[in-house]
Design a protein around this ligand. Structure first.
Ligand SMILES: Nc1ncnc2c1ncn2[C@@H]1O[C@H](COP(=O)(O)OP(=O)(O)O)[C@@H](O)[C@H]1O
Ligand SMILES: [Mg+2]
Length: 230
């Protein structure tokens, strides 16, 4: 047998189709994500970027096509198993944090670990380490309402990474921040992901950011319109 030089993608989508009524949000998307790589997902509003992330992450079922995590098909799992997979293997950063208002920053970061099978003391310790790592020392006891937008996004990044997921899905994670805070926050996300070896898919309208990443996938009308590098 020939040696396998090409690494198996950590995440792959094949022929992904998602319809809303007669409209195609995804009209047949193929994508391979290599372990640890950072990809910018760009495209006009309504082109299907969020739908693609949600289908790949198992938040939204596809109408056609397959999704593979490390070579295993995951789109056919039942909701309970998909939910467990999302908790363990994936991390999410949304535009406005989506932190739990009633919990402290530390508890927010610990939450995915606590919902998994990590012991409470260990989860809280790991959460604190991640908050330090993301330059948020002293803010562990604050609730989201007591944080700036940039700080809240760093808490969301710590939460997305603390359980060491294989893939981070970030949907316009700095869309609600000013330019400079957005850049710093994005850099923090990319550095932290690189440190854990997580792959990152970032939906962004920031051309400079997209240009700074090794790979950009442009979506148009629910299809991959171009890849840079091709
Ligand atoms: N829940 C929904 N119900 C109906 N149509 C939707 C829904 N979500 C998305 N769409 C449609 O699917 C297309 C792709 O949307 P989306 O994936 O959110 O694009 P993007 O993230 O690139 O702005 C759009 O035309 C949008 O209106
Ligand atoms: Mg979107």
């Amino acid at each position: 047998m020939a040696p396998q030089w090409t690494a198996q993608p950590v995440l792959a989508g094949r022929g992904l189709v998602k319809r809303y009524g007669n409209e195609h949000a995804l009209a047949g998307v193929d994508i391979d994500v290599t372990a640890g790589e950072a990809i910018a997902i760009v495209g006009p509003s309504g082109s299907g970027k969020t739908s693609l992330l949600h289908v790949l992450a198992g938040i939204l079922p596809a109408d056609e096509g397959q999704v593979f995590l490390a070579g295993q098909r995951i789109d056919q799992l039942n909701e309970a198993n998909r939910s467990e997979l999302r908790r363990k293997e994936f991390g999410f950063v949304f535009q406005n944090g989506m932190l739990v208002d009633e919990l402290t920053a530390q508890e927010n970061v610990a939450l995915p670990m606590l919902l998994g099978d990590v012991a409470k003391a260990q989860a809280l310790r790991a959460a604190r380490e991640w908050l330090d790592q993301l330059d948020l020392p002293g803010l562990a006891e604050r609730r989201p309402g007591e944080l700036s937008g940039g700080q809240a996004q760093r808490v969301a990044i710590a939460r997305a990474l603390a359980h060491q997921p294989k893939v981070i899905f970030a949907d316009e994670p700095t869309g609600a921040l000013d330019t400079r805070t957005g850049e710093e926050t994005m850099r923090a996300l990319l550095d932290a992901a690189a440190q854990t070896g997580a792959a990152v898919l970032i939906v962004t309208h920031d051309r400079d950011l997209a240009a700074s990443l090794p790979r950009t996938v442009a979506i148009r009308d629910g299809r991959v319109a171009s890849e840079v590098p091709a």
